[in-house]
Design a protein. Structure first.
Length: 122
């Protein structure tokens, strides 16, 4: 069994995703503590990852966000159609690179369709 020392204080996050522009493949992403105890925690930074949900899940870094629990991201243009999720790694201090992950969460899965072609419908 893998040693998970230091993860017992990690706050679970609730992550939501909404397509804000299907043509440009833009997503609105929000996160919040999933427990009442976690609601008191403040996060300085969050790293945003796209997770391909396949036989070999893979995380792709998308963005870093400072001081607020939401962002808008544009999916990579070459992203293949399929099932994905967004993962959030949140850090309570400005020195997120110190390796202390304070909170983590994954969105429900969502489907990304093929890259749209032609003009958007009027």
């Amino acid at each position: 069994m893998k040693d998970r020392t230091g993860l017992e204080d990690q706050v679970p996050l609730r992550v939501t995703v909404e397509f804000t522009d299907a043509v440009n493949r833009s997503l609105g992403v929000r996160w919040s503590p999933a427990t009442e105890a976690g609601a008191r925690k403040k996060f300085e930074y969050a790293r945003i990852f796209l997770v391909e949900l396949s036989d070999r899940p893979h995380r792709t870094y998308l963005d870093i966000v400072e001081h607020h629990p939401w962002t808008s991201v544009q999916l990579p243009p070459a992203l293949a159609a399929g099932e994905y999720a967004i993962e959030i790694d949140a850090y309570g201090s400005a020195s997120w690179g110190d390796g202390r992950l304070d909170a983590h969460g994954r969105s429900p899965s969502f489907t990304v369709g093929p890259v749209p072609t032609g003009e958007p419908a009027a």
